[in-house]
Write a protein that binds this ligand. Structure first.
Ligand code: GDP
Ligand code: MG
Length: 198
């Protein structure tokens, strides 16, 4: 997907260090905050009324486009699977994404689980420790995040970066030459294609 929700972050003209490019995808139920996490990380912004992929046709749409998902995560070296700590269904969905990635994505893919909307503590329905245990059992990075307050947003991207291999040339998707710097690809609800978004 063409640099969905993404932008470039210049690494500085004289960066002596080698610049590594990786393909990162964001997966998760609609409205958990995928676009918002990207916007926060890349531009330092948050939009309370971020135009969302949420809508009455959500389930239909999700299913209709699910078959396309492998195209998006193919060649990805990293994935952030996002759920919303106030939405139990989104955690079930996140676990399904993790399973799918473990089965079908690149074998060495770095997977992080993000429990987003951590600022909505009074609406929390998902326990931190349960998610941590699940993440530990599945060798996932795990953080609770908030695109709104920016809590752990840089941290989760940086934790992923630390786990990515630094030496070997990257195979596949990331090195198209089209994007420099941060190439953030987001899926689950492909851009502008849901029946309910404009
Ligand atoms: P996506 O469908 O997963 O890309 O979700 P969006 O990024 O479009 O976010 C859906 C809605 O949740 C928007 O109204 C956002 O403003 C809101 N949102 C996203 N992240 C957070 C967060 O960390 N905290 C709160 N309170 N709201 C958030
Ligand atoms: Mg979105």
């Amino acid at each position: 997907m063409a640099n969905r929700g993404g932008a470039t972050r210049p690494n500085g003209p004289n960066a002596a260090n080698k610049i590594c490019q990786f393909k990162l995808v964001l997966l998760g139920e609609s409205a958990v905050g995928k676009s918002s996490l990207v916007l926060r990380f890349v531009k330092g912004q948050f939009h309370e009324f971020q135009e969302s992929t949420i809508g009455v046709c959500l389930d239909d749409t999700t299913e209709r486009y699910h078959s396309l998902a492998p195209m998006y995560y193919r060649g990805a070296q990293a994935a952030i699977v996002v759920y919303d700590i106030t939405n139990e269904e989104s955690f079930v969905r996140a676990k399904n994404w993790v399973k799918e990635l473990q089965r079908q994505a690149s074998p060495n893919i770095v997977i992080a689980l993000a429990g987003n909307k951590a600022d909505l503590a009074n609406k929390r329905t998902l326990d931190f420790q349960d998610a941590q245990s699940y993440a530990d059992d599945n060798s996932l990075l795990f953080m609770e995040t908030s695109a709104k307050t920016s809590m752990n947003v840089n941290e989760i991207f940086m934790a992923i970066a630390k786990k990515l291999p630094k030496s070997e040339p990257q195979a596949g998707g990331a090195n198209s030459g089209r994007n420099r710097g941060v190439d953030l690809t987001e899926t689950a609800q492909p851009a502008g294609r849901t029946c309910c978004s404009t």
